[in-house]
Structure formats: C-alpha cells, structure tokens
Design a protein around this ligand. Structure first.
Ligand SMILES: [Zn+2]
Length: 225
C-alpha cells in the first residue's frame, strides 16, 4: 500500500553523489515542492568530473557544475553546493560522513532525500558503487545525529511513499536537459531533449497501484519523533 509523500514540512535537503542524480530521479517532485512554496537544497559529494567521456576531469568538473546549477535553478532549488569528493571513487569515509553531518546541521531540514543504496533498480540495472557507498554514509551520519531530521527517504525502486507529479514532468524534463554537454556525449545520436524526456517519463511512470498517476517513488528509511 503506497502512502502519499508527507506535506507537513517546509525544508528538504537532497543529498546525492553526482550531478544529474537529482534529475534522473526526483526533480519532478522537487519542482512540485518548490512550486508549493517549500524550500529545497541540493548537496552533491562530487562534481561528476569522471562522467564525460573524452573530456579531462579538470575541464569536465566545472562544466558539469555549471549544468547542475542550471538544473537546480529550473526546479526552484534555493541553494546548491559541491563538496569535491572524487567522482567514481566515493567511499563511505569519516570525511564523507562529516560532510553529511555538517550540511544537515546547517540546513536543518525536516526531510532528507538521499540516493538509493540498494543493489539494483532491476535485473539488468545494478546500482553504482558510488551510490551504494554514498547512501550508506548518509544513513550512518543520520543515525549518529543527536537532533535528527524527521524523515529520511531514498529515491528507491522499493517505494513506500509516492509524490504525484503529473503537472511537473515538463519542468523535470527541462531540468535534466540542462545537462546538455553531458547528455550530448553520453548519446550523440539522440537529441538531448528526447533523452531527457525518455528518462523523466521512466522516473515518473504512472502506477497502476496508485490510480494511474505519474509519481516519483520514495522509500522511507528513517523516521524520528
Ligand atoms: Zn550518480
């Protein structure tokens, strides 16, 4: 039985390892929340500098940061920060957990949205090591907090909660399409807007078990108070 995502909160913090992680998953929900006047902040462990084939990390990192900032602006995100951990070598270290703790204590969100940390999205869709390590760091940092945010969700294939996002799919497509350089190298044969639309439509697929509404799925991992 899927439960509607909570509405009785004002501030959310989206924690991810890479640029484009919010846009492949939760951007439509973020657009809905900011449209409703809620405040959403993004924090990214890396700049995704290993993510553009044929481009040196020193060039790709700043290029991807610029694209990510535009993606966040499109969905009304209030603040965004990049911690500079090494893309493709994210580990659940003391340093990463300290960064997670610091941003939670500074932003003081009621809702944390983290990356799916399970083994895979489907039979042929294994999760990335960076995602698994990052998600574990977020859970461990959360568990060590004295003053815990009320909810910690992962954007997960094992959804417990859903946010209905039918009115926000177009904004999410624009937000993902802002990763223009990244997507144009990833798949040179498919226009960036078409790639973005296909991905967002997959991430917001209509669910038969939820009145055929387009939703973003979240798994509740922790609850406090
Ligand atoms: Zn990622």
């Amino acid at each position: 039985m899927l439960i509607p995502f909570p509405t009785d909160w004002q501030t959310a913090l989206v924690l991810v390892p890479h640029p484009d992680d919010p846009e492949y998953g939760v951007a439509a929900a973020v657009a809905k929340w900011t449209t409703a006047g809620k405040s959403v902040a993004y924090a990214l462990a890396s700049r995704g500098e290993a993510g553009i084939e044929g481009m040196a990390p020193a060039e790709a990192g700043p290029a991807r940061e610029i694209e990510q900032r535009e993606s966040a602006r499109i969905v009304g995100v209030a603040s965004i920060e990049f911690w500079g951990f090494p893309d493709s070598a994210i580990m659940n270290t003391v340093e990463l957990r300290a960064a997670v703790t610091e941003v939670i204590e500074r932003v003081r969100p009621q809702v944390i949205v983290s990356m799916y940390g399970g083994p895979g999205w489907g039979p042929d869709m294994p999760n990335q090591s960076d995602h698994i390590e990052f998600a574990a760091a977020v859970l461990q940092a959360y568990d060590a907090l004295d003053d815990k945010p009320r909810w910690l969700f992962e954007n997960s294939p094992e959804a417990t909660h859903v946010e209905e996002v039918g009115d926000h799919v177009e904004t999410a497509v624009q937000s993902l399409a802002a990763h223009r350089k990244y997507l144009s190298v990833l798949d040179p044969d498919t226009p960036v807007n078409d790639q973005a639309r296909a991905q967002v439509e997959m991430a917001t697929a209509a669910r038969e078990d939820y009145d055929n509404q387009r939703v973003v799925g979240f798994e509740l991992k922790r609850r406090s108070r």
